[in-house]
Design a protein around this ligand. Sequence first.
Ligand SMILES: [Zn+2]
Length: 372
Amino acid sequence: MLSLAQMLGNVSMANAQSLDDWAKSVTGVLRDAAIYHQAGNGFYRAQCDALGFDPAAINDINDLKDLPLLPVGMFKRPDAQVLLTCSLADVETETRSSGTRGVPSVARRNSETVTRALVGLIGTYREFFNLSGGAGLFLNPTDAEASEMGLLKDLNILNSVFDHHAYLVADQAFDAREALEHLRRWKGHMTRHIIGPPFLIYRLLRFLEQEKINIRLDPYSMIITLGGWKRHNAEAIPAEGFRERCRDLLGVRPGNVRDMYGMIESNMLAVECQLHRKHVPPWSYISIRDPGQIGTELPPGATGAIAVLDALSTSYPGFLLTDDVGEVETGTCGCGRTGQVINFRRRGPGSGLGNCPVSIERYLGSPALVQA
Ligand SMILES: [Zn+2]
């Protein structure tokens, strides 16, 4: 069984545990996290009390489904600081979504959480992408289109593994020619990689197609995507078709076109292996819920609401009910890694499925609970 420090220190080893060890390890780090938040967070303790749930009683992986969840919609509320386990003074970063859904989410992280998340991301990237050196062309959406500054941060951390990079901040007038110039300039000097949301990479692909430009990237070039199609859903093409276009128009092997799944409110980032299965990090656990009965966990393979349990966060409980829809499987992937793989289907309606047993209003209005 691995501790959180062991997982973060050796992501490869943590991905190669036996299934039995994986289950024990993820259960252990999530139990520790739940005990920490229950002890230090009155609001979370109120949820545990209302459900009669004692984190210390988590024995095995089947008990994780009973952890009280915070719906991500709560991060949009002006009184969202009630979710914090750390003090407001200890908050180092406020990650804000600025997307198409109106009120932004604010995810606050203290320095311990930021450090853990950065270490986890770098280890994950190194484990899945084997990147060392080369040049990264980042196609970044403008803030208004990014819908999540966290997305940009996640991508930009990739910089630490490249020798060279260029950012193109793209808006409606995405300058595909400029992107092309960078790729041509780096040719023969460095392995070239492209990173960005699929809708921007797709614009580059369409430009190449329309202009009948023939460009071949390098044998080990990668295309790494995160963030979906946003409000460009009308242009969206299936993942397999996207990879074929990358192969045909940029000469990148389909196995090297990798998508990732994450959200600003969570430190969990699931990254595709070469078989295009998105691996849940060893310090996180995904539970799929019945949309009609959110307390009920659905069996493996069933489609439902995605709940993310993450052990890295000490600023607030990382046990979240998202608005997203998908499935999860547990086992050993063809790539050799063990644990869970998630199949993300779509963003939900954003209606904020489910509520906490004790609402923020009730909690703030209840002196007994505040003192508890
Ligand atoms: Zn795999």
